[in-house]
Design a protein around this ligand. Structure first.
Ligand SMILES: [Zn+2]
Ligand SMILES: [Zn+2]
Length: 338
């Protein structure tokens, strides 16, 4: 098959690689209908993560089942499925407790920007639609493989509930989905911290009531103003840098929880402030499968349209241009078609 590969920072190629094959009886092979580039793919692209030269990249996709292993009972060739970026059996102690991201049989999508992708633990991981979905729904369904579920996880982890003020730090696709999640979960005021007009517009469409363009101390002062000095009832940290984490704890009201889903890079927690203000930290890698049935229902019923985060669609063969566009912030999120 042909798939997107990474050879070195900034070196993305679309080239011939071995087809993924059934390796375990619980596996399925999915023919990718749409894949996309994730903000977290930019970490290796920018040299912040180690790279296994020539390996496939891309962990977000939807597609049609091509083949299943002998132990797969719930899916058959032809089913349209959403592929969570992390695979789980959905039966072990951690899955049953709702922490599918720590499944005893955890696996990951490895070629979501290629023509085919292998899913380990197909029965536990995948959800299917009733027949082939309308093409207009594909972008929103694709966000369920990661960013929408991750934004939702941030909101759930931060304890967003009806009423109150939620602040979302990060205006990438996950942050924007966090805005949508907070609004869906009933936050009265949803503040998106964003300096970029196109992203602000999507945040508003997703339910943001306020936009704060300032960052750091200035941003903190604006949130203090908006909350009459009390601080935010819940904060979603959707970036993963030390600066964004510091901002999160600076604006979280005493007794609240910061929900974090940005992959941490160089973060030092302000433990003294957390102690003095009784502010907690919860979240981490999203166990996508936990939220999938609910989110799928919300997409199919039209109550959410997270596919708006895609502002550029390219043929998969041009994935390198997709990476450049996201790296240079010319695109929020890039959808790739095989
Ligand atoms: Zn992702
Ligand atoms: Zn499990």
């Amino acid at each position: 098959m042909r798939a997107t590969t990474i050879h070195a920072p900034g070196d993305i190629r679309f080239e011939e690689v071995p087809d993924p094959v059934i390796e375990e009886p619980t596996d399925a092979i999915v023919k990718v209908v749409a894949g996309c580039i994730c903000g977290s793919d930019l970490w290796p692209y920018r040299g912040a993560n180690d790279i296994d030269a020539g390996s496939t990249i891309g962990h977000e996709c939807v597609g049609v089942i091509e083949e299943v292993g002998s132990a797969v009972k719930d899916f058959k060739p032809g089913d349209f499925v959403i592929v969570p970026f992390c695979h789980c059996d959905n039966t072990c102690a951690h899955c049953v407790a709702g922490v599918q991201a720590a499944c005893e049989n955890l696996g990951f999508t490895a070629s979501g920007q290629g023509e085919y992708s292998r899913v380990t633990q197909a029965d536990g991981s995948l959800v299917k639609t009733d027949g082939m979905p309308d093409a207009s729904l594909i972008p929103s369904l694709l966000t369920l493989s990661d960013v929408m579920a991750t934004g939702w996880h941030a909101a759930v982890s931060a304890g967003v509930k009806p009423g109150g003020t939620t602040v979302v730090i990060g205006d990438g696709a996950v942050g924007l989905c966090g805005v949508l999640a907070a609004a869906q979960l009933g936050a009265e005021r949803v503040v998106a911290m964003s300096r970029h007009e196109p992203r602000q517009a999507i945040a508003r469409a997703f339910g943001a009531t306020d936009i704060v363009a300032e960052r750091g101390d200035e941003g903190g002062a604006r949130i203090a103003e908006l909350t009459k000095g009390v601080g935010a009832d819940s904060v979603l940290e959707c970036v993963g840098t030390d600066e964004s984490m510091k901002t999160a704890f600076a604006i979280a009201r005493p007794g609240s929880t910061v929900g974090f889903v940005g992959v941490p890079h160089g973060v030092e927690l302000p433990v003294r402030r957390m102690f003095q203000k009784n502010v907690g930290l919860a979240g981490g890698m999203a166990g996508v499968r936990r939220y999938l049935p609910d989110l799928l229902e919300r997409v199919l019923s039209g109550s959410i349209d997270p596919g708006k985060v895609f502002d550029l669609t390219l043929p998969m063969a041009q994935s390198a241009e997709g990476y450049r566009a996201m790296d240079e912030r010319r695109a929020i999120k890039v959808l790739l078609q095989p």
